[in-house]
Design a protein around this ligand. Structure first.
Ligand code: MOS
Length: 745
């Protein structure tokens, strides 16, 4: 009998390869006659290119030089709006914008050459803040600097203000954040008119790169091949950006006729590639004196940077998550993504939700204080319950009990006793203040609304010559453990040993398009397709009489081999079908925004040092309902990593901008928390199986990014008695707030 695989911490599929150094990342690959490539970038934020000069002392004839004029197809990065060029030719819209590409066999000479190129640019006025963009201080994109707007309306917000006992208003801001994947962006390309274009590299979404290269080269899809190399982290930072570096490497390869490798160093990666969108949220709420929420009006704006990229979808997710897991009878969320002259902001774990959830979870503590109830009581009186509806009118069908989830999280963190003890401690202490706070939230898994229907993802499974099962998917292992999870799901579905499962390398010449590796969709959406594709193999074998109703792993392998002998191949494909009852109105922004949500309560305990004004998280409880845990170690790892990243977002990671450029673009001065800065992160799961996830699993990749920042700032308010509503919250801000009584929101 096959032992139960789901819920077991089996060995990580690629673990041995990674720990022994055998895994081959893109920079480990090399090709005969390979050149290295670099990008020469704009030194300023906005301007008109007048000329390019090539300095003395460089053997320029040895170099491959590519400008916009060398592009064989369209000079635009195919994504959503196609406003971003691969290489700027006339106008510059952000610092570090690519203008010219260079390739040479000697990396060091290449670096000297890069520095010897000077651009003559006539500067144009630039804008760097949401405020300036909204005010149209300068119109830099379209007619009004607005990439996208959304409006969600439920009930009648305007009718409620006059009945409210309290009206509470607040403004909340979040900063940019760098993904800081361990491996920087990198690609290798081979490209020529006869064979087409092939790229190998670090990425989340091979078919996004594929689509972009088709447009850039004006070639048929069959002439473009994209292969994922072992990838050292992504977090969204390798969602859209790899299309750019892949295109650049391929343009150099096309012109030079040689393989070209481009690897960014850390400084370039930090300065030039996407980061999390900064945001500003204004919330106005109506509430009764009993603490019943009557209405919310949320105004949510994100800074998209200079080009549209993925801002519209980041905005969408942020907009839908803005109202939180509460039963608002009336709510209006209006939102916009605006242009600035920053490098484009992009996908980053959470995808807009961490920003708007930060605002709402801080705001509700303000509401609680205004009404005179505890933050806990306020939430309990307003939690969404089964049968009630979210801001988009989605009826909650699952039996989620947020009251019970909150009770458990507060018990696990010893919240009430600590709150009491810290109040006593703070009254006495002149050196430190302590506090405890929490946030409650939800995160929808998979593409928003009809997104999964449009994606129409496909996964395949095939029998190998030795009778193993190979899963064919374009979803990528980026450190999150998808190879292991897919193996567990396939082996479990077939009732065979997990060692019998292989996962094909994501290669667009060999795997179907199963959609991008984003949006917490890999386990829940793609995993379900892995399960059904695997079951398709079994059905064929049973149907043809090669396999009985009960069988061993060996019987299954023998049946596969017998089928191959007879028919040459055994393959099965499965295509996404939406679960019944999921309807989304993309115009009105109403309906089932997601198939399901994961639900969570996070509790943070903090100490603020009164000498240095440093805030430190001392303990962290992360409790979440996730449908079903497929692999307990990987699931806990996802939560721990996300919480750590979000602690950085809240307290440490500060992008310092100067005229639109990140100037602290090194890991020595962009401070992220190390293990020494992190508390014990205590992870707990609850399981309410989701009928349309594999074995009931929901997506959890982004969830842990949403809750820590508001939980920590709620704890800091508990410690110091003053509200702070902007992150990152650095010691210098805390000092101002605590010494001068400067209000910060
Ligand atoms: Mo993402 S931030 O959905 O890779």
């Amino acid at each position: 009998m096959q032992k139960q695989l789901i819920g077991q911490p089996i060995l990580r599929k690629e673990g041995l390869e990674k720990v022994t150094g055998r895994a081959r990342y893109v920079d480990d690959l090399t090709f005969p006659e390979m050149l290295h490539g670099v990008t020469v970038r704009s030194p300023i934020a906005r301007g008109r290119i007048l000329g390019i000069s090539f300095g003395d002392g460089i053997p320029w004839h040895e170099f491959t030089i590519v400008t916009a004029k060398d592009i064989p197809g369209a000079n635009c990065v195919a994504l959503i709006l196609e406003d971003q060029p691969y290489l700027a030719s006339e106008v510059i819209n952000h610092p570090e914008e690519p203008i010219l590409l260079l390739a040479h066999a000697d990396k060091y000479l290449l670096e000297e050459a890069r520095r010897a190129i000077k651009f003559d640019i006539e500067p144009l006025p630039a804008i760097f803040s949401i405020e300036d963009s909204l005010q149209k201080t300068e119109v830099i994109w379209g007619e009004d600097n607005v990439f996208k707007k959304f409006l969600i309306e439920k009930g009648n917000v305007d009718a409620v203000w006059s009945q409210a006992d309290f009206i509470v208003e607040g403004e909340y801001e979040t900063g940019a954040q760098e993904q800081l994947y361990i491996e920087t962006n990198g690609m290798i390309a081979i490209a020529n008119p006869a064979e087409g274009v092939t790229v190998w590299g670090s990425m989340q979404c091979p078919y996004y790169v594929h689509k972009a290269l088709i447009k850039l080269f004006g070639l048929e899809p069959k002439k473009i091949r994209v292969v994922q190399a072992t990838t050292g982290g992504g977090f969204g930072g390798k969602e859209e950006y790899p299309s750019i570096i892949a295109g650049h490497a391929a343009l150099l390869a096309w012109k030079s006729g040689k393989p070209v490798k481009m690897i960014y160093d850390r400084a370039e990666d930090m300065a030039a590639t996407t980061k999390r969108h900064p945001s500003r949220t204004r919330i106005r709420t109506a509430v009764t004196k009993e603490g019943k929420l009557l209405a919310a009006e949320v105004d949510f704006t994100i800074d998209g940077g200079a080009y549209a990229t993925l801002s519209s979808v980041v905005l969408s997710r942020g907009t839908i998550h803005a109202a939180g897991p509460y039963n608002w009878p009336n709510v209006r969320v209006h939102s916009r993504a605006v242009a600035t002259n920053h490098p484009p902001h992009g996908a980053f774990r959470g995808f807009g939700a961490p920003q708007s959830i930060f605002a709402m979870e801080r705001h509700l503590n303000k509401v609680a204080q205004t009404v005179g109830v505890s933050p806990e009581e306020l939430r309990r009186r307003n939690f969404l319950k089964p049968g009630e509806t979210t801001s988009t009118g989605q009826v909650i069908h699952e039996r989620i009990d947020l009251d019970a989830l909150l009770t458990r999280a507060l018990t696990l963190s010893n919240y009430h006793a600590k709150k009491q003890r810290f109040a006593e401690f703070n009254a006495e202490s002149a050196t430190e203040k302590k506090g405890i706070g929490f946030a409650t939230f939800m995160h929808g898994a998979g593409f928003t609304g009809s997104g999964e229907v449009y994606l129409a993802s496909v996964v395949g499974a095939e029998a190998t010559e030795t009778g193993k099962v190979r899963v064919l998917t374009s979803n990528t292992e980026i450190g999150q453990g998808s190879l292991t999870i897919f193996s567990q799901i396939a082996a479990n579905a077939l009732g065979i040993d997990v060692s019998q499962i292989e996962i094909a390398q994501p290669d667009t010449a060999n795997v179907p398009n199963s959609g991008p590796t984003v949006a917490s969709r890999t386990t829940m959406i793609v995993g379900k397709l892995v399960e059904s594709a695997a079951l398709g193999l079994k059905q064929t074998l049973v149907g043809s009489g090669l396999l009985g109703e009960t069988y061993s792993t060996e019987d299954f392998a023998a049946a596969c081999r017998a089928h191959l002998t007879k028919h040459g191949e055994l393959k099965s494909f499965s295509k996404y079908e939406p679960p019944p009852g999921v309807h989304w109105d993309d115009e009105k922004y109403q309906g089932e925004a997601y198939g399901t949500y994961a639900w969570a309560v996070y509790v943070a305990e903090v100490t603020v040092d009164l000498a240095t004004y440093e805030a430190r998280v001392d303990d962290f409880v992360a409790l979440q309902e996730v449908g079903k845990v497929i692999h307990p170690v990987l699931a806990a790892g996802q939560i721990e990593g996300g919480v750590a990243q979000a602690i950085g977002y809240a307290l440490y990671e500060n992008v310092v901008w100067q005229n639109g450029r990140m100037i602290n673009n090194q890991m020595t001065n962009y401070i992220m928390p190390t293990s020494a800065d992190l508390p014990p992160i205590r992870v707990y799961f609850e399981e309410l199986p989701y009928a349309f996830g594999p074995s009931g699993a929901k997506g959890i990749g982004e969830l842990p990014m949403d809750g820590p920042a508001p939980a920590i700032l709620n704890a800091i308010e508990d410690a110091i008695g003053s509200p702070v509503n902007r992150i990152p919250l650095l010691p210098e801000t805390l000092m101002k707030v605590m010494t001068a009584g400067v209000a910060n929101g």
